[in-house]
Design a protein around this ligand. Structure first.
Ligand SMILES: Cc1cc2nc3c(=O)[nH]c(=O)nc-3n(C[C@H](O)[C@H](O)[C@H](O)COP(=O)(O)OP(=O)(O)OC[C@H]3O[C@@H](n4cnc5c(N)ncnc54)[C@H](O)[C@@H]3O)c2cc1C
Length: 480
């Protein structure tokens, strides 16, 4: 089947609804449920967008010849990798980078695993075959995935096996010829309003024996029996796009995942009970680098949006003469160019990995994914500092059309905009930086790829610095 359209995504969600729980009830249809339906529409619109931009967004499937999303491509050349980057950037631009969990992110995960599936064969050829088949299934049906990697936040001082109850963290209960059964929970899954879920390990598993029942990688449909998504409270409050320009569009939702004796068939299993293989899988296959490549492209689009937004705020209220204002805009601009430089370096220095997949260069990708969690909160702070009271002084759409409309027209004008244009701009800045939606975005950018503290510890361990140490030693030993 060729790449999907918006309507096909909606039809599938209606036919095969995931078990979504929200504010004390089961949501039967996310495509019509207040608090969910607008996020579903935005997700769906990405599927029409890919057809409207087919030259950038689609490519012929190597198997069927149908046009499929380029975000599934397994690149073998730098040009292909750059073309994937361009497609991901264009799609992220369409949502101002505010849908962190566009399907592209996990499409890259699957492409990474499928391209290097031979790594999975160390546990048995069937695991590699399963991955290649699953990748093909998702690509040819253009499915949207969520994933869950982290164990529930109960006691972080001890491993999954040492929690009060061994089944607090999702764990294998039993297995037979057809598959195995999982019980317990995982957090977090962003975009539960999708078709399938990848359940992979990213938390470091410690003991080869004790942690083996927690060591698995599999994927199943979101409507599988026993699989339940407990959502946080929606940040789409059912207001107009005028009042909540982002929240009313891009609620992708986050959920804790409950596995109530969920059956996983063997053909959907890619990693099983081998702690070492699980711990190495993301890096050894290069999958984490392909995912981070998407993250960097999205971060560039998001920073472009922030630069445009901050510049419009400055222009609207005439604060461009002030030196600190110029400095703050310069800071966002420098961030943007830094992220672009890291993306292009990662593509330019890409090399085929041992499985022949053109893999983004590790060092610039690692620099970018460790840097952005620090840059994003700072840029949001800049929006707050530039907008000042203007961000909390904005009337709603009802006010603009209400009994004080004449006063609002008069007093909400700015140096270069009349009230009619100024209010939506400042509401957008508020929804970016101050609203509950904006606040969750900042939290997302800080945490979604992992704990920045542990990520920089990993960076410290991974990247060799001996050449630089040698240079300093040589200098110290130089006689003149
Ligand atoms: C909005 C949002 C969306 C997300 N979406 C997804 C998703 O779709 N799929 C998914 O799998 N995950 C998702 N995550 C989870 C994300 O991967 C985690 O937030 C991240 O890995 C940090 O883990 P944690 O939240 O469990 O924090 P914890 O591990 O509980 O950490 C809490 C605090 O303790 C410290 N700490 C804990 N253990 C250690 C340690 N060993 N060493 C040093 N410090 C430590 C941390 O630094 C932190 O300050 C999402 C998170 C957010 C906020």
């Amino acid at each position: 089947m060729p790449a999907r359209t918006a309507q096909q995504l909606i039809d599938r969600l209606q036919k095969q609804p995931p078990a979504i729980y929200h504010r004390g009830k089961r949501v039967l249809d996310v495509t019509t449920e207040p608090g969910f339906k607008n996020g579903v529409q935005s997700l769906a619109s990405l599927y029409d967008h890919q057809w409207e931009n087919r030259d950038v967004a689609l490519y012929p499937s190597p198997d069927s010849g149908d046009l499929v999303s380029k975000t599934f491509m397994i690149p073998t050349t730098q040009d292909e990798l750059s073309a994937i980057g361009d497609a991901m950037h264009q799609r992220a631009e369409f949502t101002q980078g505010m849908m962190g969990r566009m399907p592209d992110y996990l499409n890259r995960s699957l492409a990474g695993y499928a391209g290097s599936a031979d790594f999975l064969a160390v546990q048995g050829e069937q695991f590699a075959v399963n991955m290649r088949n699953y990748y093909q299934h998702v690509r040819e049906n253009d499915l949207a995935l969520t994933h869950t990697l982290i164990n529930p936040q109960i006691n972080r001082a001890v491993s999954a096996a040492k929690q009060k109850d061994p089944f607090l963290t999702a764990r294998v209960v039993s297995e037979n010829d057809a598959g195995f059964v999982v019980r317990g929970a995982r957090m977090l899954a962003t975009l539960p309003i999708s078709d399938e879920i990848m359940v992979f390990p990213s938390t470091l598993l410690r003991s080869p024996e004790e942690d083996a029942p927690y060591a698995f990688g599999f994927a199943i449909p979101n409507h599988t029996d026993g699989l339940k998504f407990q959502c946080r409270e929606t940040l789409d409050y059912g207001r107009s796009a005028y009042d909540h320009p982002l929240g009313a569009r891009y609620e992708e939702m986050d959920a804790v995942v409950f596995f109530d004796d969920v059956f996983v068939p063997w053909e959907r299993v890619f990693l099983y009970r081998d702690v070492e293989v699980c711990n190495n899988a993301y890096l050894a296959t290069g999958t984490v680098l392909h995912m981070a490549h998407q993250v960097v492209c999205k971060a560039i689009a998001k920073t472009e949006y922030l630069l445009g937004l901050a510049s419009l705020l400055v222009d609207a209220i005439g604060i461009e003469p002030f030196q600190h204002v110029q400095d703050k805009i310069a800071e966002i601009w420098i961030n943007l160019e830094t992220m672009k430089a890291l993306r292009f370096t990662a593509e330019y220095q890409a090399q085929p990995n041992q499985y022949g997949v053109m893999t983004p260069a590790h060092a610039p990708i690692d620099a970018a994914r460790n840097l952005y969690p620090k840059l994003y909160p700072r840029m949001v702070e800049i929006i707050k500092h530039l907008g000042a009271s203007g961000l909390v002084a904005m009337p709603t759409e009802a006010d603009v059309n209400g009994p004080l409309s004449a006063e609002i027209e008069k007093y909400y004008q700015s140096a270069r905009l009349d009230a009619h244009d100024r209010i939506p701009l400042f509401r957008l800045a508020w929804d970016t930086a101050l609203s509950a939606f904006g606040s969750r975005q900042t939290h997302y950018e800080y945490y979604f790829f992992g704990d920045p503290v542990r990520m920089s510890m990993a960076l410290f361990r991974t990247h060799d610095r001996t050449a630089y140490m040698e240079t300093v030693r040589d200098f110290l030993n130089r006689s003149a």
